[in-house]
Design a protein. Structure first.
Length: 573
């Protein structure tokens, strides 16, 4: 009963969160209902909020007189990115599709590629694999025109993932091998690690577990070289899946015990849920059904939260296997849930196949000679009306059956209440033991991960030197710094944020402020305006405002405070 109450409260809490529009949504609505100068102001406010929330890497600003088409297409594209980040996939798809023709009209290939990549990801999340593949392939074609091998390999990796989700691993294999080949031309280890991880999943789906393990190990080694602990945990999960396929359960358990604390710490729910399912399988192999129940139950909670029907099926099947000997009646409830989930997936896949059929054959059929005549239209209306009537009858019948099933389900739950109470008490006891054990392991892991690697220190030192050099010449935007480090802006932002917890803009600002304080301390011959110029501030007011925000005092007060300290020292002498 306690767990049931917890689920209800969690659901109500999530609904309340979803009902409240975010600041970005409010600003976008203001943009949609504005015109003229106010529309440009609303667009700038919206883009500033996206940068603040970390959705946009750089601030996009619109000048007065920006054309309506340019303003609209960019804001609509970023609205798609915003709603995708909020998992509002239907709204994200709407604005992405509206932005695409405007971007194509402008002819900016880079923006077109970004928009197509976004639309592919949205359709993938909506299980519309046909359109996801269409958008991803168009994105790949543009990346090839741009001769950008890095983006090209990412597009190929995305296409492979789509075919894998659509249960076509043979097709996925072709694209992932091509992605590996293309990425070797640019030697980008971060991207290669992601591609190798996808290769492991493709070969796991093909039941070639030896290859799956080999690719997962290669990906893991890449992540170790990069020092990305969170990604190492993901690769360990992929290795564990391959180990289970090879019946090497001890190795799988060892890999999962290393991975799961890191996944929890980084709140990587998708990989954590998959790890729970894998650990549940390990516990079933060990005939430890009680612990298996704990892991599969956590998997169910995670995948229900994410709306991942495919992986929830595996969790529910695991619960059925773990409970069928001790609690057969309770196990049947999970088996029924598996049936419901498979029916839902069947409907999704059927819709995708119908879309594919219409896309490939529909237009050609309509163009055949003699179809566009009165008889065809009359028959079409007749058949359409009949189908609509049948659909209405089926809908009414479905509602009646659903009500009947709900009533039977409620009766069944009432009869099973005593058994569920016993199971819940046992589950809570085991969960507490598990939580204590995991807390101990997590604290041990955290103690072993203190400090930065030499590679991380070298990266931060080199970044600081580059920023200082750029400040000297008055050019210190993120793109320039990233270029000096041989990284893309997004790669630079992710790595710097992982090491320092701050954005590139904040890091650059801190370097400039440290230089300002050094000049104030050691060069009394310089006035505040000269120091501001040396730190890259053309206006003294901007420099004063930033200095006060960082140090809590204005430059003038800082100098006066230093002079007072010097006078006190001389008096004491």
């Amino acid at each position: 009963m306690k767990r049931l109450l917890f689920f209800i409260l969690s659901f109500v809490f999530c609904v309340s969160l979803q009902a409240a529009p975010t600041m970005a949504e409010q600003l976008f609505e203001r943009f949609e209902h504005s015109d003229g100068q106010k529309r440009i102001e609303a667009a700038n406010a919206f883009m500033k909020e996206l940068q603040k929330e970390g959705i946009a890497d750089e601030l996009v600003e619109f000048a007065n007189g920006t054309s309506e088409d340019s303003l609209t297409m960019i804001v609509w594209y970023w609205a798609g990115e915003c709603f995708y980040a909020q998992q509002q996939y239907a709204r994200a798809l709407e604005y992405g599709q509206q932005a695409l023709p405007l971007l194509q009209k402008k002819g900016d290939l880079l923006l077109q590629s970004d928009c197509l990549s976004l639309l592919g990801a949205i359709c993938f999340r909506l299980s519309d694999y046909v359109n996801a593949s269409k958008y991803a392939k168009k994105c790949y074609e543009i990346d090839r025109k741009l001769n950008d091998h890095g983006r090209e390999s990412s597009s190929l990796n995305t296409i492979a993932g789509i075919y894998l989700a659509a249960k076509q691993p043979d097709e996925a294999e072709k694209y992932i091998l091509k992605a590996i080949e293309v990425n070797k031309m640019v030697d980008e280890p971060q991207r290669m690690a992601i591609i190798l991880g996808m290769a492991s999943e493709v070969y796991g789906s093909l039941k070639n577990y030896s290859k799956a393990l080999d690719y997962a190990r290669q990906a893991y080694e890449k992540e170790q070289q990069l020092g990305r602990k969170d990604k190492e945990a993901v690769r360990l999960t992929q290795m564990a899946s391959a180990y289970i396929g090879l019946n090497q359960y001890e190795n799988a358990e060892e890999a999962l015990e290393k991975a799961m604390p890191v996944l929890r710490q980084n709140k990587n729910l998708q990989s954590l849920g998959i790890s729970c399912n894998l650990m549940g399988k390990v516990k079933l192999h060990e005939e430890n059904e009680d612990e298996a129940v704990i892991y599969f139950t956590e998997g169910v909670e995670i995948f229900q939260q994410l709306g991942d029907l495919y992986n929830e099926i595996h969790s529910q099947e695991g619960l059925y296997e773990a409970l069928k000997n001790s609690y057969p009646v309770q196990a049947m409830l999970h088996q029924e849930r598996v049936t419901q989930l498979k029916d839902s997936l069947y409907n999704i896949e059927t819709s995708s196949q119908l879309s594919k059929y219409n896309a490939e054959y529909g237009n050609d059929l309509l163009k055949e000679k003699g179809l566009w005549n009165e008889r065809f239209i009359r028959y079409t209306l007749l058949i359409g009306g009949s189908l609509l009537l049948l659909l209405l009858i089926a809908l009414i019948w479905g509602i009646c059956m659903a009500r009947r099933r709900d009533k039977m389900q409620m009766n069944r739950y009432d009869k099973l209440q005593d058994n569920m109470d016993v199971l819940n008490e046992k589950y809570e006891l085991l969960r507490n033991r598990y939580s204590n054990a995991m807390a101990t392991r997590t604290s041990d892991d955290e103690e072993g991960e203190e400090g930065l690697t030499p590679a991380d220190c070298e990266f931060l030192n080199k970044t600081t030197r580059v920023v200082e050099q750029q400040v000297e010449i008055g050019k210190f935007d993120v793109d320039t710094v990233a270029s000096q480090l041989n990284l893309s802006p997004s790669q630079f932002r992710r790595r710097l944020s992982a090491l320092t917890g701050t954005s590139p803009q904040l890091f650059i600002q801190n370097v400039r402020m440290k230089k300002a304080r050094y000049l104030l301390d050691n060069h009394p011959e310089l006035n505040i305006n000269e120091i501001a110029m040396k730190c890259g501030y053309e206006e003294n007011s901007n420099f004063t405002r930033v200095f006060k925000r960082v140090f809590g005092i204005t430059p003038t007060d800082y100098i006066n405070g230093r002079l007072d300290e010097d006078v006190d020292d001389e008096t004491q002498d």
